[in-house]
Design a protein around this ligand. Structure first.
Ligand code: ZN
Length: 71
């Protein structure tokens, strides 16, 4: 169940957005898609503990996939 977040800056209801991102994890660049909350008014981004955990799982999965391709 996803809670409706309120922007701490301007008190607008935040919307769920899908965002593409990439980072270097253990020396390998991995790209991933994350679902975070974003304020449509001021652009503030926020991720819940669940969303953060989901992003970390995706990064690790991508990293493992890329690492497997090296052999
Ligand atoms: Zn805002």
């Amino acid at each position: 169940m996803i809670k409706q977040l309120i922007c701490p800056e301007c008190k607008t209801s935040m919307q769920l957005v899908n965002k593409k991102d990439s980072l270097v994890f253990r020396g390998v660049r991995v790209s991933y898609q994350s679902q975070i909350s974003m304020c449509p008014s001021c652009g503030l981004e926020s991720a819940t503990i669940e969303q953060t955990a989901d992003i970390q799982r995706k990064i690790f999965r991508e990293w493992r996939k890329k690492n497997a391709n090296r052999h």
